[in-house]
Design a protein around this ligand. Sequence first.
Ligand code: G16
Length: 543
Amino acid sequence: MSIQTISTTPVAGQEPGTSGLRKKVDVFQQAHYLENFVQSIFDSLDSVSGQTLVLGGDGRFYNTVAIQTILRMAAANGWGRVLVGQNGILSTPAVSCIIRKYEAYGGIILSASHNPGGPDGDFGIKYNISNGGPAPEKITEAIYARSQVISGYRISDAPDVDLSRIGQAEMDGMQIEVIDSVSDYAELMQSLFDFEAIRSLFSSGFSMRFDAMHAVCGPYATRIIEDELGAPKGTVVNAVPLADFGGHHPDPNPVNAAELIAYMNGADAPDFGAATDGDADRNMIVGRNFVVTPSDSLAILAANATRIPGYSKGIAGIARSMPTSTAADRVAAVLKIPCYETPTGWKFFGNLMDAGKITLCGEESYGTSSSHIREKDGLWAVLFWLNLIASTGKSVNALAAEHWSRYGRNYYSRHDYEHVDAGRANALITALREKLFSLTGRRLGSSVIDRADDFSYTDPIDASVSEGQGIRLLFADGSRIIFRLSGTGTVGATLRVYFDRYEPDKNMHDLDPQAALADLIGIAEEVAGITEYTGMSHPTLIT
Ligand code: G16
């Protein structure tokens, strides 16, 4: 076996977005495309010689092909050891857990998360650093810069490694360990939650439906919820990961997980419902005829954290991404702990967790987690809710209603306009940016804009500055409208418009969120001219 240096030329557009590089599968299949990006990652790191890399993906189409290529490149670049999930499968939270547990140098995750899979779908690649979290912007910018000047990559001509069997292999002096995809993660969950209490809950007849959406969480949820916690077989549905996610969009929200929602609204609905996404870092929590918004989920978990063994001593602080509702801020104020507001992107939470400033964090995009790892963690959130239900004896619906009655309710919704022409979408944001000054102090309907700005974040730990993170209209009554463009799509642009309105009156907590937000929705159209710019009179997705 020999190591070769292959000549290559830069490919335009290898700039990581909100969470790594995501493109259509056929883009990744172009000659040298994946190799250029992987070599750019390796070249952007301090010496990787002899170091340990964790490698795995969500099982989508092209996963195993990419894994074999990355193994050959890792060997050629001098990595000492690669821990790779059996059959190339590792969820995003599991990669984070394994990097931390085995003190690896970093990890590569192959996933386009909630984006559809299959030959016509999306593929993605992301590098995580030694704390287990996504590489910060300093590194992603270096990777991109490198990708634009690359002239060659190193690769071994060794044959494919058998990933189907747990065990050891060797490639050009590099050790390869094919590891069980689930066990390290399962052990971590056991250390945080009261498994005994959850077992008793299930043995008392409590029923649940967990929709793994034919994505990577299936094996994790089956092992933990059915095998270890004793939920009846069949509790986890769509449990086998498929390369195309069964043709569905593996995104746990009420639109894409419509089957689960219908089930939970039916006459025979179980007590509790949950779903996770392509790479198992997102989650949706569902009660009977009721969906918990992700922003509320973060606030409710924070308010009840001391009921959970892993958090019984309390939490140091909370962080939420800027567009996430301010429900968590109200909990932090009562607990007298800080609440940080970061740009969209999990990578912004890492420094706060490493510095011990926060314990819990979350985002409106169905992501919640804690400092147990450095990624969002779908199954963790589900187990947290199960533990909460077991320790309080209350349903999801009752826990949410009680929370609102104590803290008030943040009505919240996100409207997405997908596949918009990128030029038109950018023009909308530019026009808003130019109007910011004139919007401040303006009265629209019964609301006054207290402040209009383009969100900028200065990291409190390393003082790095991230500008242009979303247009905010902040109203005098605490309501907010936010406009930003998604950084995870692969076709055209997606405009996201976020609405957040606080309602303290407990007699007003049963409104339909779209009705409760109708005034703000009208103001967004008036201020931004969404229909004119996008050519769409309605959002393509409402969550
Ligand atoms: C990623 C990021 C999240 C972000 C979400 C949506 O999630 O990790 O932090 O909130 O994308 O980002 P955007 O609004 O830019 O599309 P995931 O689950 O796709 O990795």
